[in-house]
Write a protein that binds this ligand. Structure first.
Ligand code: BF8
Ligand code: SF4
Length: 661
């Protein structure tokens, strides 16, 4: 791991060295490449072109040392011997970097948590009978949560319990005193005590976000360590409340996932069917659209227009939501959004919130595709807006499906690349480990035993986005291949999971091709892939819970920081990825994050995040840009933890990962 800005820039900006005009390698996905070749030939612009247009980047921005928080600014700190070392108010590089970083944490936390808030609210409306079309699909999960939260269910209907639970959950968002509920219910005592000692136990989701904005206002908190501690607290409000509630209440409302087979990549689009691509994040919208597309009235209408049926597939995390619960096909990850439209086969691109490129609208105008926005929080000039409202969700979903059907005959030339890959998804804390415990026993014992005996080295969570600064999917694939070759069980969410799914890593057979012998034995016995898809980005909370369960099972230490585990976001793109990194480090995990956060302009902040913070939370960051080197750092960390726990040596030597993509 490197901390000096100079060295770091060398790793993370390798793409910048390529002359702007030369077409650099943009994707490791051959299916995506086919479409890029066509967009190039037709002179159709994509995010890759806009990336190149931005070169060369502003060095101050990249290093995080420009501040525009107050109207005396903007101020810049010189990274060189000469030039200003303080802003007009006296803020140093460390203050500026830390302030901006925790603002990013707060923005990421608010994105996840606002999404969680909407799901809880939809459950409340459903319980009251005013959200037409929604039903509580998993009363079992609801009653389980009620038992965990100490809410009596005796002589109460499902709706009564749901209402009470939703009202309690809403308080987690706007609590003004006390603590969020999940850490004491789910984390270890030592972890809870550590957080209390540090003063980083979140009071409520919004409380911490508001305080972040206050602390980072001009002339408030100037102490970088104090700022970062509050960033950790804010992130815990997301990971252990906002996101965790999104997952739990999503499971109650839309059903708890079970392992499911499906397919991924642009080849899932259908030449002879109406194609609706749902893109964004909230299952409240996508679940209804999937249901409406299966409505016999809609199917009949589609046939009248000459289509054989209606295909609903997803992009980004909404894809993961409908994949996990409905087995719906995945059209692609973040950098597939423009490519899907460029096939000419998308009749409607339906978007809600987050990760939606505004460029989609202009791009879609070159084809017949209609871009429909649905959230009052996310409108794009030029798009058709059809306001989605929980009270009338099903009706609106049907209207949207109708627009797609009506648009089907308007298609111009269609060119769908034939590539698609089979995958298995739908893993959760419970069902994964029911598998690992054998068919009849739900227990983490076999997982812990496999780690203790040296059959498995540990568990790695590889999560996050695509980033146009990197070759699409390449870092995810290379890192995961290296990890599984070294007997590390990998869990994934978000666009990273889609990247590896496209590569075939989410099939049980992948274990025989690429995993080390120990991991292979586990996969064979249990019938799971070496890489487990745990869902969307808010479902990273499933990983936190799984880790707590591992500690509870015994033999692997007292808190999360003791476990032989590591996390990574090798193609991180947005503020949501930053907050995830933060709550993992706050929870005691080692996290490799790349491209590096924009902190390298302050050696103090960089050192704090990559070294000193380990003394505080038990976790830390590294910013290694090479995915294989990063995987080795993660393995090194796991080995250090294994040694501290005095676990047995690894049973098998790693296989050499032969990377060809
Ligand atoms: O919340 S992985 S690009 S889709 S942010 Fe966005 Fe990143 Fe994809 Fe999902 Ni997560
Ligand atoms: Fe400059 Fe300080 Fe204002 Fe930032 S807050 S713009 S460093 S004067």
């Amino acid at each position: 791991m490197t901390t000096s800005p100079k060295r770091k820039r060398k790793i993370d900006t390798a793409a910048e060295k390529v002359p702007v005009k030369a077409k650099r390698k943009r994707t490791s996905d051959p299916v995506a490449q086919q479409v890029l070749d066509r967009t190039d030939a037709a002179g159709i612009e994509t995010a890759y072109d806009r990336h190149d247009e931005q070169e060369p980047r502003c060095g101050f921005g990249e290093l995080g040392i420009c501040c525009r928080i107050c109207e005396m600014g903007p101020c810049r700190i010189s990274p060189f011997a000469k030039g200003p070392k303080r802003g007009i108010c006296g803020a140093t590089a460390a203050t500026i970097v830390a302030r901006h970083l925790i603002r990013q944490v707060a923005a990421g936390a608010s994105a996840h948590s606002d999404h969680g808030h909407d799901i809880v609210n939809t459950l409340l409306l459903t319980a009251k009978g005013s959200a037409l079309g929604y039903v509580i699909k998993s009363p079992e999960r609801l009653f389980e949560l009620a038992a965990e939260w100490g809410v009596s269910t005796e002589k109460k209907s499902v709706e009564e319990v749901a209402r009470e639970m939703a009202e309690l959950a809403l308080k987690e968002f706007n609590n003004q005193e006390g603590e969020i509920r999940y850490p004491t219910l789910r984390a270890q005592k030592a972890t809870v005590e550590r957080r209390r000692r540090l003063g980083i136990m979140a009071v409520g989701v919004e409380h911490e976000i508001v305080e972040t904005l206050h602390r980072t206002h001009e002339g408030v908190d100037a102490d970088y360590k104090n700022l970062i501690l509050h960033g950790l607290r804010t992130s815990l409000g997301d990971g252990w409340a906002g996101s965790m509630l999104a997952t739990d209440y999503g499971d109650v409302l839309f059903g708890t996932p079970e392992p499911v087979r499906s397919q991924v990549n642009l080849g899932v689009l259908k030449e002879d069917e109406v194609n609706i691509v749902v893109h964004g994040h909230e299952p409240t919208l996508s679940e209804m659209v999937v249901a409406a597309s299966r409505d016999p009235e809609m199917v009949k209408l589609a046939k009248e227009k000459g289509a054989k049926g209606i295909m609903v597939g997803g992009i980004c995390c909404t894809a993961n939501e409908i994949l996990m619960r409905q087995g719906a096909p995945v059209v692609g990850n973040f950098l597939h959004q423009e490519l899907a439209v460029a096939t000419g086969a998308v009749d409607v691109m339906l978007v809600d919130v987050q990760c939606i490129m505004p460029a989609l609208v202009e791009h879609a105008q070159r084809f017949h595709t209609k871009v429909i926005t649905t959230s009052k929080k996310a409108k794009i000039p030029g798009a058709t807006h059809m306001q989605f409202d929980e009270h009338t969700a099903y009706e609106t979903a049907k209207e949207i499906v109708k627009v797609a059907i009506e648009n089907y005959p308007n298609r111009g030339p269609v060119d769908i690349p034939q590539g698609k890959t089979d995958l298995v998804a739908g893993f959760t804390v419970r069902n994964t480990f029911t598998h690992l415990g054998g068919r009849y026993r739900s227990s983490f014992r076999p997982l812990n035993d496999a780690i203790i005996s040296g059959r498995l080295r540990g568990v790695a969570a590889v999560v996050g986005c695509n980033n146009v600064k990197k070759v699409q999917d390449q870092s995810h694939i290379r890192m995961v291949r290296e990890l599984i070759a070294n007997d590390v069980l990998v869990v994934m969410t978000g666009c990273g999971a889609t990247a590896c799914a496209k590569e075939g890593l989410l099939q049980p057979e992948a274990a025989f091709k690429w995993a080390g012998k120990g991991l292979q034995e586990i996969c064979e016995t249990v019938g799971i892939p070496p890489v487990l898809h745990l869902g969307s980005c808010v479902d990273n909370s499933r990983i936190l819970v799984a880790l707590c369960e591992m500690i509870k099972e015994g033999g692997l230490g007292q808190e999360l920081a003791d476990l032989p585990i590591a996390g990574a976001a090798p193609e991180a793109m947005c503020e949501k990825a930053i907050v995830i990194g933060f709550y993992c480090v706050a929870s005691g995990a080692y996290v490799n994050y790349s491209p590096a956060m924009r902190v390298l302009g302050s050696s103090e902040v960089t050192k704090y995040l990559t070294e000193e913070i380990e003394e505080v939370t038990g976790g830390k960051f590294s910013f290694e840009g090479d995915p294989v080197k990063a995987a080795r750092l993660m393995i090194e960390h796991m080995d250090k933890k294994r040694a501290a726990l005095k676990l047995r040596p690894m049973m098998y030597a790693p296989v050499t990962a032969e990377i060809t993509e």
